[in-house]
Design a protein around this ligand. Structure first.
Ligand SMILES: Nc1ncnc2c1ncn2[C@@H]1O[C@H](COP(=O)(O)OP(=O)(O)OP(=O)(O)O)[C@@H](O)[C@H]1O
Ligand SMILES: [Mg+2]
Length: 453
């Protein structure tokens, strides 16, 4: 911190002393306000924030110790240095006990004063840094359930952390099983609504005829046979977050009711005219291309824009290869614990086979596969055979390969592919060539190049 951004308040009743100290402080660039009594200091404190207050002990009205007490209550973040005419130790101890950060005995050198201030500013900056770190750790823990530190995931975490504390609607898009619900929960957990409910609603799962009552509630007698007033999901989520999953499936009539809620902040139960004001944050998710739905007029354009204030996109797992290893390790540990089996390890070959797979079902599929491996492998080491037994068939689509940020060693990668293809096909070269979508001659040429017999 630059000295000129440090504000000091000097409290000293003797004019000459006051000027002397003030000049000393200003000579190193501090911003200084000075007053001649504790009462005047209190007035200053009501209007300004001070990093440090330097106060004489003996003052005409209230004493420096009274002022210290006042500061502890009204400006606890300010440091306090007392100047006293006494130099005996017991008096000094009393001052520190009362809560002063430091004291100086008169007469003192300019250098001792500057040193005391410097030391205190340093302690303050360490404390501020600690608090910041503590807060950051708390935040990170909320995101901790989300595993992966690829560049794409780090970007996602940043977006989530930015979106969370606001009340803006968030639209999460991503393929099935990429972690949309997990992201929605993280947004809720990191918001100031975290003590309220997080209420997931699957829009695709409610029958159209019941959807309105389900979401917005219904008055007693609104339907034949409805003998009780029914609270809808929105009311149930008051002061919390409602997560409208598969928002693209929301019937058109309900789209206009949702739009109304987003515009007015109110809902009406079925069979009632009364508007109920609610405070609910709306987070939605979809794996459909909603813009396309808008173009087809299957989804209201105005609603789309209202819902999509903060877009959050979760990339498919095949575009974040770097996340595979941490995810695999995480799920192995999770399921070993959950099913009470000795923690398993993956053999290098089994690991490789999993890394080579394209994971069209994303994290959910990976999670299921690892659970099965943990349960079904006989050994504490999961072998390549166990993985092969699952018969995961990677789509041959080459588009699904994404180059890791740190690149690959092409020659050894090529050799690896050739060897794996041969092993998959029990060394049948014709089949192995097909598996790699290579002509037979091209395949043989490459075998020779790598010295594979
Ligand atoms: N980054 C991640 N770290 C750890 N677990 C994850 C991660 N992403 C997803 N999962 C896990 O994968 C599973 C699927 O995630 P989730 O239900 O959030 O996906 P989704 O995108 O909502 O899927 P769908 O579109 O099918 O509803 C969950 O068990 C979730 O805990
Ligand atoms: Mg989901």
């Amino acid at each position: 911190m630059n000295n000129s951004s440090i504000n000091l308040l000097l409290v000293e009743d003797e004019a000459e002393q006051r000027l002397l100290i003030r000049t000393a402080l200003e000579s190193v660039g501090y911003q200084v306000d000075d007053v001649d009594s504790a009462e005047a200091a209190q007035k200053q404190l009501a209007q300004n924030n001070y990093n440090i207050i330097v106060s004489d002990w003996k003052l005409p009205g209230l004493s420096g110790e009274d002022l210290l007490e006042y500061v502890k209550q009204h400006s606890p973040q300010s440091g306090f240095i007392l100047i006293t005419a006494h130099s005996d130790a017991s008096h000094a101890i009393g001052i520190i006990r009362a809560g002063a950060d430091d004291y100086l005995a008169k007469p003192f050198e300019k250098q001792s004063l500057l040193f005391a201030i410097n030391k205190l500013l340093y302690t303050q900056s360490i404390e501020a840094e600690n608090n910041l770190l503590k807060n950051e750790t708390k935040h990170r823990q909320k995101l901790l359930e989300m595993i992966g530190h690829s560049a794409a995931m780090n970007k996602l975490y940043q977006r989530i952390e930015k979106a969370a504390p606001t009340s803006a609607t968030v639209m999460i898009t991503g393929e099935s099983g990429t972690g949309k619900e997990l992201a929605a929960r993280a947004i809720h957990q990191l918001s100031n609504r975290k003590d309220g409910v997080f209420l997931p609603v699957n829009c695709a799962a409610i029958p159209e005829s019941l959807a309105e009552a389900e979401l917005f509630g219904a008055e007693k007698g609104a339907y034949t046979g409805s003998s009780k007033t029914r609270i809808g999901k929105f009311e149930a989520a008051n002061h919390g977050t409602i997560f409208l999953d598969e928002i693209g499936e929301l019937p058109l009539i309900l789209q206009s009711k949702l739009l109304r809620f987003l515009q007015e902040g109110t809902i009406t139960r079925v069979g009632s005219n009364d508007e109920i004001k609610l405070n609910v944050r709306v987070v939605t998710a979809t794996n459909r291309d909603l813009e396309e739905e808008v173009a087809k007029q299957a989804f209201r354009e105005d609603l789309y824009y209202r819902l999509n204030v903060i877009p959050v996109t979760i990339p498919p797992l095949r575009h974040r290869q770097d996340d595979l290893v941490p995810l695999i390790n995480h799920f192995i540990e999770l399921f070993s614990q959950q099913h009470n089996v000795t923690p398993k390890k993956l053999s290098a070959a089994a690991f490789k086979a999993l890394l080579a797979y394209a994971w069209p079902g994303n994290v959910r599929q990976l999670r299921n596969v690892i659970e099965r491996l943990v349960l079904l492998s006989m050994d504490t080491v999961i072998q390549l055979q166990d993985v092969e037994d699952l018969e995961l068939n990677s789509p041959k689509d080459i588009d699904t390969f994404s180059l890791p940020a740190n690149g690959i060693d092409w020659e050894s990668h090529e050799k690896d592919c050739l060897l794996q293809a041969l092993s998959h096909c029990n060394n049948n070269r014709t089949q192995a060539a097909k598996l790699l979508n290579l002509g037979y001659k091209a395949f043989l040429y490459r075998l020779e190049k790598h010295g594979i017999k």
